[in-house]
Design a protein. Structure first.
Lengths: 634, 102
C-alpha cells in the first residue's frame, strides 16, 4: 500500500516521455501509454490485497492506508502531498484503471490514422495520471489540483478535433461551465480549511464530526463543495456541457464523460459525506433535489435526442443524478455501487456507439437501424449495456439501481421514491428506443448499413471485456460472493458510511422496479417497433412537448440569452471603462500630455549661444532680485 | 586706505561690460574675451574681500589664481572649438552655429 503513489506516477511519467519524445517513438508511442495504464491496473491488485488484509486484521478501527510527503511548509501552514487508500478509493481505482485500459486499447483502432494520434495518447496518459491522483489524494488541495487537471484534459479531448467549430465551442463550453462549479469547490475547500487548519480529508471529517464547525458555516461550506460536484458531474443547472462534450472522440466520451471524470463529483461527495451529514439537513436535501431534477430532466431529454452519443450522454446525466439521490439519502454504499457498475456498462455503451459510428460514419439514430445482423458482437454487448442501464435482472445495473431505490425508499419521502421510479420507466423507454432505432428493423440509410461491418479485435475485445463486469459486476452485493473473493462480505460490508451492513434483498422493491423497467421496455418496443408509428403519432400529438425536449428545456437558450445580455452587457461597460478611462485617459493621456508638452517646449531650444547666455543672465538676475525681495539670508 | 567700494564698483563695471559683450557680440572670439572680462571681475572681488576681510590668510588670493588657471585652460579649449567652427563654416559667427537645437 506504501507504493500506491506509483499508480498515478507511472502514467504521469508516460505523459512526460510522450510529450518530449512521442513523435520519435515507433507507432507514435501508443504502446507506452497503454503499458503505463496497464501497469497502474496491475499495481491496483497489491494495493487491494493490502487493504483487504488490513481490514480483515483490524475490522473495526480501520481508516485506510496513508503515505505522505511534506509539500509546502510555512510556519502555521502546511500542505502534505499525500495518498490515501480506503474502500471508496479502491472502488473508484478499479473503475478508472480498468476502463482507461480498455478505452486505450480500443482507441488504437478507433483513432488509427488520425493526424494527432500521438498527442491523443499523450493526453490520455495525462488524464489517467490526473484522475488517479484525484482518486488517491488524501487532502483537498491535491484533489483540487487533480480535479482541474482532469478538467483540462477533458477540455483538450473534447476539442480534440478543434478544426471543427462545434468541437472547439463544446470544449470551451465544458471548460467554462465546469469552472463555475470549480470556483465554488475552491471556496468550500478554503472555508473548511479556515476553521480546521488542515486540508487533510480525514482530519477535516474528524473535525466536523466533533462539532468543530458552526452549523450554518459548515452548511455553506459543503454547499460550496457540492457546487464543484454539480459542475463536474453535470448536475442541474450546470449539466449543459455534458451533451455537447460528445463532440470529442467516442473513446474519450466513454472514459471521461461516462466512467471516470464525471463521477469525480460523486466520488468527492461520497468521500466528504460525513461532513455533509454533520452539516444542516438542508445540505443533503439540496443534493437529493438537484440529483432528482437532473434525473428527470435528462431522462426526458434522452427521449427526444437523436444523436446516439447524446442519448447515452443523457443516460449518463441520468445515472449521475441517481448517484446523487443515493448520496442525498446518506448512502455511500448505494452511490458507490452504482458508480462501480455504471463505469463498466456506460463505457460499454459508449464504446458500442463508437463501433457503430466507426462502421457507418453516422451517429444520428434516424439514419441508422438494421445493424444487428451486420455487427453481432457490438449488438449483443450493447444490448447487455442497455439491459444494465435499464436494470434488468440479473445484470449489474439491476442490483445497483435496487440499492439506490431501497435507500431512497427508507430515507426519503414517498414522492421522491415515486419520481425515481418514474425516471426508471423513462430510462427504460429511451434506452429501448435507442437500441431499436440503432440496431433493429429496416435501416433508414441502406447504403451506410450495407457497408457496416464489425471492427477488428481491438474494437471488439474491449467490448467483450467490459461486457463481463457489466453482466456479473452487480453480484458483489452478495455477502457470499464477497467472502468468496476474500472481502469481509458483500459490497455493503466493504463500503459504508456508519457501519457495515449485511446485504438484504428487498423483494418488494425489486419486483416493483423490475415491473416498471419491463413496462418501460415494452412500451418502448410498442412505440418504436417497425416504422415507429406510435412514437411518431405521439410526437405529432404533443409537438410542443417534443419541441421542449429537443430544445433541452430551453436551458441552453436561457443561458445563451443570459450570456448575450447580462454577461456581455456588463463586460461591455467594463471594457468601455478599461478602454476609455484606464487606457485612453490614464495611460495614453498622461503619455500624450508629456509628449505634447515636450513638443511645445522644444522650440525654446534655439541652438543659438546668445539666447542661452541671456537665459543664464536673466536667471541670475531674477534669482538675485527674488533674494533681495524676500530678504533671504544665505 | 582705498575704500572697498571702489574695488567693488570696478569689479561690477568690469563684470557688466563682460556680460554685455557675451550677450551682444556675435563673434565667438569676442564672446570669449568678454567671458575673460567677467572672470577677471570675479577675481578682483575675491582679492578685494581677501585683503579687506581676512588679510592673514590667502584663501581669496588662491581662488584668484585658480580662476586664472582655469580661464587659461578654458580659452585654450574654446579657441580650438572656434577654430574648428571656422574651418567648417568659414565663419565665427555664433548665430550661424545653431545646429544643437530641436
Amino acid at each position: 500500500m506504501e507504493q500506491a503513489w506509483l499508480i498515478p506516477a507511472i502514467p504521469a511519467a508516460a505523459f512526460v516521455v510522450l510529450l518530449i519524445a512521442g513523435p520519435y517513438l515507433p507507432r507514435r508511442g501508443d504502446w507506452l501509454s497503454i503499458a503505463a495504464i496497464g501497469a497502474s491496473f496491475v499495481l491496483f491488485f497489491p494495493v487491494l490485497f493490502d487493504l483487504v488484509d488490513a481490514i480483515n486484521a483490524d475490522h473495526e478501527g480501520f481508516v485506510g492506508g496513508v503515505k505522505s510527503w511534506e509539500w509546502i511548509s510555512f510556519p502555521g501552514f502546511e500542505i502534505d502531498l499525500g495518498f490515501f487508500v480506503d474502500e471508496i478509493t479502491i472502488v473508484m481505482l478499479v473503475v478508472v484503471s480498468f476502463v482507461a485500459l480498455m478505452v486505450q486499447i480500443y482507441s488504437v483502432s478507433y483513432m488509427h490514422g488520425d493526424p494527432r494520434y500521438g498527442w491523443y495518447f499523450a493526453v490520455m496518459s495525462l488524464f489517467a495520471a490526473s484522475m488517479l491522483t484525484l482518486v488517491l489524494a488524501d487532502n483537498l488541495l491535491l484533489m483540487y489540483a487533480a480535479w482541474e487537471g482532469v478538467g483540462f484534459c477533458s477540455f483538450l479531448l473534447i476539442g480534440f478535433w478543434w478544426e471543427k467549430r462545434s468541437a472547439a465551442e463544446a470544449a470551451k463550453k465544458a471548460f467554462v461551465t465546469t469552472r463555475i462549479g470549480d470556483v465554488g469547490f475552491l471556496i468550500g475547500i478554503i472555508m473548511l480549511w479556515r476553521e480546521a487548519g488542515t486540508f487533510n480529508i480525514q482530519e477535516i471529517i474528524h473535525f466536523a464530526e466533533n462539532g468543530g464547525y458552526d452549523s450554518t458555516y459548515l452548511t455553506a461550506a459543503v454547499l460550496f463543495l457540492f457546487m464543484g460536484a454539480i459542475g463536474k458531474s453535470g448536475q442541474f443547472p450546470l449539466h449543459v456541457w455534458l451533451p455537447d462534450a460528445m463532440e470529442g472522440p467516442t473513446p474519450v466520451s466513454a472514459l471521461i464523460h461516462a466512467a471516470t471524470m464525471v463521477v469525480a463529483g460523486v466520488y468527492m461527495v461520497a468521500r466528504m459525506l460525513p461532513v455533509f451529514v454533520a452539516a444542516d439537513a438542508v445540505a443533503l436535501d439540496v443534493v437529493t433535489v438537484l440529483g432528482l431534477v437532473t434525473v428527470l430532466m435528462s431522462a426526458t431529454m434522452g427521449l427526444a435526442a437523436t444523436d446516439i452519443k447524446r442519448v447515452i450522454a443523457y443516460s449518463t446525466l441520468n445515472s449521475l443524478g441517481f448517484m446523487f439521490v443515493a448520496l442525498g439519502s446518506q448512502s455511500v454504499t448505494a452511490a458507490m455501487l452504482y458508480l462501480f457498475v455504471h463505469g463498466f456498462f456506460k463505457s460499454l455503451l459508449f464504446l458500442g456507439a463508437g463501433a457503430v459510428i466507426h462502421a457507418t460514419e453516422k451517429q444520428d439514430v434516424n439514419e441508422l437501424g438494421g445493424l444487428a445482423g451486420k455487427m453481432p458482437v457490438t449488438t449483443l454487448t450493447f444490448l447487455l449495456g442497455v439491459g444494465a442501464m435499464v436494470g434488468i435482472i440479473p445484470l449489474s445495473g439491476f442490483w445497483a439501481k435496487d440499492e439506490v431505490l431501497t435507500v431512497t425508499d427508507s430515507e426519503q419521502s414517498v414522492a421522491i421514491f415515486a419520481l425515481v421510479l418514474i425516471s426508471v420507466f423513462i430510462t427504460a423507454l429511451y434506452m429501448t428506443r435507442l437500441f431499436i432505432l440503432t440496431f433493429l428493423f429496416e435501416p433508414k440509410d441502406r447504403h451506410a448499413a450495407d457497408h457496416a461491418h464489425e471492427g477488428g479485435p481491438l474494437l471488439t475485445v474491449p467490448l467483450i471485456l467490459l461486457a463481463i463486469p457489466t453482466v456479473i459486476g452487480g453480484l458483489v452485493v452478495f455477502d457470499s460472493v464477497g467472502e468468496a473473493l476474500g472481502f469481509p462480505g458483500g459490497f455493503g460490508q466493504f463500503v459504508w458510511l456508519e457501519e457495515p451492513e449485511k446485504y438484504k434483498f428487498h423483494a418488494d422493491i425489486a419486483v416493483m422496479s423490475s415491473a416498471v423497467a419491463v413496462a418501460g421496455v415494452v412500451t418502448g418496443w410498442i412505440a418504436w417497433q417497425g416504422k415507429a408509428e406510435l412514437a411518431t403519432r405521439v410526437r405529432n400529438a404533443m409537438s410542443p412537448v417534443a419541441t421542449l425536449l429537443s430544445r433541452r428545456y430551453y436551458i441552453d437558450d436561457i443561458y445563451q440569452w443570459g450570456i448575450n445580455n447580462i454577461v456581455l452587457g456588463v463586460s461591455t461597460i467594463i471594457s468601455w471603462f478599461d478602454r476609455v478611462i484606464v487606457n485612453d485617459t490614464g495611460v495614453d493621456g498622461s503619455a500624450g500630455l508629456s509628449y505634447f508638452a515636450g513638443y511645445e517646449i522644444k522650440f525654446t531650444e534655439t541652438g543659438r549661444l546668445p539666447n542661452y547666455a541671456l537665459g543664464i543672465a536673466a536667471g541670475v538676475v531674477i534669482i538675485g532680485v527674488l533674494l533681495l525681495v524676500f530678504e533671504v539670508k544665505i | 586706505m582705498i575704500p572697498i567700494n571702489n574695488f567693488l564698483v570696478l569689479s561690477s563695471v568690469l563684470f557688466s561690460i563682460g556680460m554685455y559683450g557675451v550677450l551682444a557680440r556675435r563673434n565667438a572670439v569676442l564672446i570669449l574675451m568678454s567671458v575673460e572680462l567677467m572672470l577677471q571681475a570675479v577675481s578682483i572681488n575675491f582679492i578685494t574681500f581677501a585683503a579687506y576681510l581676512d588679510p592673514e590668510n590667502f584663501t581669496g588670493i588662491i581662488f584668484a589664481v585658480f580662476v586664472i588657471v582655469i580661464a587659461a585652460a578654458e580659452v585654450g579649449l574654446a579657441l580650438a572649438i572656434v577654430l574648428r567652427l571656422f574651418r567648417n563654416r568659414q565663419t565665427a559667427n555664433v548665430d550661424e552655429a545653431d545646429l544643437m537645437k530641436w
